[in-house]
Design a protein around this ligand. Structure first.
Ligand code: HAM
Length: 434
């Protein structure tokens, strides 16, 4: 048997899954996706779909060549050389902010709108060690706001959207963690402070962190290595080395969140694992037991220099992505019940087949989820099948019903049935389904 590749999985209809773990049930993913589309509509976002692979350079320049994502986790290959020229290096997207920014530049979107609000829903790929809530193909729902303004109200609005969506999805025990990484000048000072604090103790750092002390000291704060933790904890908070403007921006984001009634904790060590962030950064975690160690459900922040880094005009940016797999894992089962079919049409005897096909078509055109199975069966076995599908009603069509013009509508949950005139059976059903 050929199985899915390591740490990838199929998302299946519940009834076809022999795993009772609801975290891979497709209807739960669809539920959150529908909810997200609705929230994006309310906040004025439009959908964008970018390719799932891009030129590798987009991520090395966009996400940062010293990040874990770029150094360890990307699926990269050299394309075969062909008519289009030399085989180029391509990469399955590990995230979608760089691709959306690429599209913003490629389509010169700034010429059409002062503020561009885009959202995406789709798979991302990272070659990570799998565990509960961590996959090599995972799904993100994300949004990016690009334009002339870096007003802190935009940051707070984006965070409000994420928190509102997660709350409506019924995710328990949410915690919003907030920090600032300042502007480029502030980070230069912070990096100098990190070097000064860590250089004398470099030998105590993990190998990765020792290298990053030279190449990109900020990334030391992402380290998961046990031995690095006490050294990281002793670093000064970045806020202390920032200038007035950066502090004022962060203070304003906090005020807007307070005004919106959104609680948060300031986490002075939060820098996020991607190089493009400036000013506000945030993460949303859930302490629900279902979710386990990989408890970051969403993350994002401001990235005011990224458009320029990727060759576009000076532009401000803010965005976030939530990990759909983890949201589904944390979502209580009752929040997204699987919608059952409403009607099962049963025919008894070959003479009723055509009429049954007509009835099922009528029901579907009226918007009812209606099932039909052409295999001839006894009434008992057909009812058993209808119950197995979880249908709420059954329509029974046999020779007697054909002759009398009175069809039988059965409420399967209540085990009650009524005869209804053939011309108005659909109205009866529509009235009864509530
Ligand atoms: P990120 O923090 O790398 O940010 O990913 C966002 C979310 O994706 C995480 O909080 C997590 O829920 C989910 N995620 C990440 N890796 C995995 C994985 N291997 N398996 C399952 N879920 C995962 C970004 O990707 C940024 N592009 C967010 C952003 C948008 N910043 C600004 N705009």
């Amino acid at each position: 048997m050929i199985r899915t590749a390591s740490y990838t999985r199929d998302l299946l209809p519940a009834a076809l899954s022999n795993d009772r773990d609801a975290s891979a049930f497709i209807h739960r993913f669809q539920f959150v996706e529908d909810l997200a589309r609705e929230w994006f509509r309310r906040y004025g976002f439009q959908e964008i779909r970018t390719p799932i692979f891009e030129r590798t350079e987009l991520f090395t320049r966009g996400v940062g060549s010293e990040t874990d994502i770029v150094t360890k986790e990307m699926y990269t290959w050299r394309d075969r050389a062909g008519e289009d020229g030399e085989g180029e290096s391509l990469t399955l997207r590990p995230e979608s902010t760089a691709p959306v920014v690429r599209a913003y530049i490629q389509h010169q979107m700034w010429q059409r709108a002062e503020t561009v609000r885009l959202y995406y829903i789709g798979p991302q790929f990272r070659r990570e060690r799998g565990q509960r809530g961590r996959f090599r193909q995972f799904f993100q729902i994300g949004a990016e706001v690009l334009g002339a303004s870096d007003h802190p109200a935009l940051d707070a609005e984006g965070i409000e959207l994420v928190m509102g969506l997660l709350t409506e999805a019924g995710i328990p025990d949410l915690e919003l963690r907030l920090n600032t990484v300042g502007n480029a000048a502030g980070r230069v000072r912070f990096v100098a402070a990190i070097r000064e604090a860590l250089a004398p103790r470099a030998h105590e750092l993990s190998e990765d962190s020792r290298r990053r002390l030279e190449t990109n000291p900020l990334r030391i704060l992402d380290s998961k290595a046990e031995q690095d933790q006490p050294l990281i904890a002793a670093l000064p908070p970045i806020y202390d080395v920032l200038d007035e403007g950066c502090r004022a921006h962060f203070d304003a984001v906090r005020r807007y969140l307070d005004a919106a009634g959104i609680p948060y904790v300031v986490d002075a060590r939060l820098v996020r694992g991607l190089d493009y962030y400036t000013q506000t950064v945030f993460e949303v975690v859930s302490h629900a037991p279902a979710i386990g160690a990989q408890n970051a459900l969403a993350g994002g922040g401001r990235y005011d220099g990224l458009v320029e880094t990727l060759g576009g005009p000076p532009t401000k940016g803010f965005g976030f992505a939530l990990g759909l797999d983890r949201v589904v894992l944390a979502m209580p089962e009752h929040r997204a019940p699987e919608p059952p079919p409403e009607l099962f049409v049963i025919y008894l005897g070959a003479s009723a087949l055509e009429l049954a096909l007509h009835a099922v078509r009528q029901a579907r055109r009226a918007g009812i989820a209606a099932l039909f199975d052409p295999t001839p069966r006894s009434l008992k076995s057909a009812l058993r099948l209808a119950n197995k599908y979880g249908a709420r009603f059954a329509l029974l069509l046999g020779e007697a019903e054909l002759a009398s013009g009175q069809w039988v509508l059965r409420d399967l949950a209540r085990a009650e049935q009524t005869a209804v005139p053939s011309e108005t059976w659909l109205q009866h059903l529509l009235a009864r389904r509530g």
